[in-house]
Write a protein that binds this ligand. Structure first.
Ligand code: HEC
Length: 194
């Protein structure tokens, strides 16, 4: 009795050829999607120190569970802002090295609670306040004011009742400009170091 695989083999046709290249092709198929992961910016487990404080490091203010905050960031925010908070021209502005600067200008604190991605997030007030507080710690702790009071669930609940719409991008530009100007004048005012 001739098995169908023998028949294909003897014919030496397409099926037999594809069987010969089978294993490498299967490996490539397995590897190819994996190669896409960094290109698409899909979550790769970041360095644990990047999502939770390490031993001896101060806990992020207003964050009771850094692991949960990181997970909420991953599921709700990083798709637009990218895992490392650098954003992209086509999705969302960078939060890295920027986001805490808003706290130094009048209206900046309110803006952060009313910006559409925050205000319309599916997260509840407490977890949204926590993820925002975590965002400062994770991406821009160097610009957090010394007297920073973390957002509370109550404050976020109040701010998100007035979500910004199209005016958000204009406010983004105006507030950041003020923040950079304020930072520059603080530098001039500081006495030069010997
Ligand atoms: C659909 C894309 C998208 C998602 C999801 C998103 N954002 Fe945003 N985010 C933006 C855009 C775009 C802006 C700039 C303001 C605007 O035009 O809305 C922004 C602005 C911000 C700002 C103000 C910083 C600035 O420079 O304007 C913060 C803070 C922020 N987002 C945090 C978050 C957090 C936290 C989450 C998750 C809970 C989140 N975003 C989810 C798109 C998004």
């Amino acid at each position: 009795m001739i098995r169908s695989s023998d028949r294909r083999g003897r014919r030496g046709g397409k099926a037999a050829r594809s069987r010969r290249i089978g294993p490498p092709a299967a490996i490539a198929a397995l590897l190819w999607p994996a190669a896409l992961i960094p290109a698409l910016g899909i979550a790769q487990p970041p360095d644990p120190a990047a999502r939770s404080p390490v031993a001896g490091e101060a806990a992020p203010a207003g964050v009771s569970n850094p692991g949960r905050a990181w997970q909420n960031w991953t599921l709700n925010c990083q798709g637009c802002h990218r895992p490392d908070g650098t954003g992209s021209a086509s999705t969302a502005p960078p939060l890295a090295d920027t986001v805490a600067r808003y706290l130094a200008v009048p209206g900046g604190r309110e803006y952060l609670g009313r910006v559409p991605g925050v205000a319309s997030s599916p997260l509840g007030n407490a977890e949204l306040a926590e993820v925002l507080n975590w965002v400062f710690w994770r991406f821009d702790r160097q610009h957090l004011p010394a007297d920073f009071a973390p957002y509370t669930a109550e404050e976020i609940g109040r701010l998100r009742l007035q979500p910004l719409r199209l005016e958000a991008s204009q406010m983004h530009t105006a507030l950041l400009e003020q923040a950079y100007e304020a930072a520059a004048s603080r530098k001039i005012a500081e006495p030069a170091r010997p």
